[in-house]
Design a protein around this ligand. Structure first.
Ligand SMILES: Cc1cc2nc3c(=O)[nH]c(=O)nc-3n(C[C@H](O)[C@H](O)[C@H](O)COP(=O)(O)O)c2cc1C
Length: 198
């Protein structure tokens, strides 16, 4: 059981944590020991049957520029022949907005008892855990898919099989400059129902 002060700290974190959007974060640097903890926390998720139906790909350093210029920008150009200079500029540095991007691949298997749906949910849980771990350590972090999460060439480059696997998300981790403003949160009365008897 947690001591009361730890418990309060944890609950406050979960009640107040927020994503900092990639376009507002600084590139920063993620300490190796922090990254190891983030990955460990990310992989510690509910996972029916312990199938590990997901993979985490760590994207750091020069490969970011390569992915931006050789895959993201080129694929964008191929599918958007009339793109403006401004749009092309945005596509040319997507992954260079943060020092570390964790790509989470959902890699479900056919299993006689465990439906793929549950394996997809576990991949989502990996994304959430990675996000919360990074935010808990004081980094700016955001879960993004943008259009390129659905791009087959990028999926293949990351080691995924387009016939089976999907990119569940990219967790961008950079440096926080200031606390973000709160966003609209659901009214609990609209999303929660107590199922009472009688
Ligand atoms: C699967 C998934 C994909 C997302 N993709 C995008 C995206 O492409 N672009 C975007 O602006 N927000 C995207 N978001 C939303 C943000 O990551 C995030 O939910 C929002 O900024 C508020 O997060 P917070 O509750 O952590 O503050 C996505 C969220 C999820 C769950």
């Amino acid at each position: 059981m947690f001591y009361d002060s730890n418990k309060k700290y944890l609950i406050d974190f979960f009640k107040k944590r927020r994503s900092i959007v990639a376009k507002k974060m600084l590139v920063g640097k993620v300490l190796k020991k922090d990254l190891n903890s983030i990955l460990e926390i990310g992989a510690r998720v509910p996972d029916h049957g312990a199938l590990n139906p997901w993979k985490i790909k760590v994207i750091q350093g020069r490969i970011r520029k390569y992915l931006d210029e050789e895959i993201i920008l080129k694929e964008f150009k191929k599918n958007n022949k009339k793109a403006s200079e401004k749009e092309l500029h945005i596509e040319s540095y997507r992954m260079q907005r943060a020092s570390t991007i964790l790509a989470v691949l959902s890699t479900p298997i056919n299993h006689k008892k465990i439906p793929k749906w549950e394996q997809y949910l576990s991949a989502g849980a990996v994304c959430t855990n990675l996000l919360y771990a990074a935010q808990g350590m004081g980094y700016a972090a955001q879960w993004l898919t943008e259009w390129y999460a659905y791009n087959k060439k990028l999926l293949k480059f990351l080691g995924g099989n387009p016939k089976n696997d999907k990119i569940a998300g990219f967790i961008y981790i950079g440096k926080k400059t200031s606390d973000p403003k709160e966003r609209k949160r659901p009214n609990l009365n609209e999303v929660v129902n107590f199922i009472n008897q009688g």
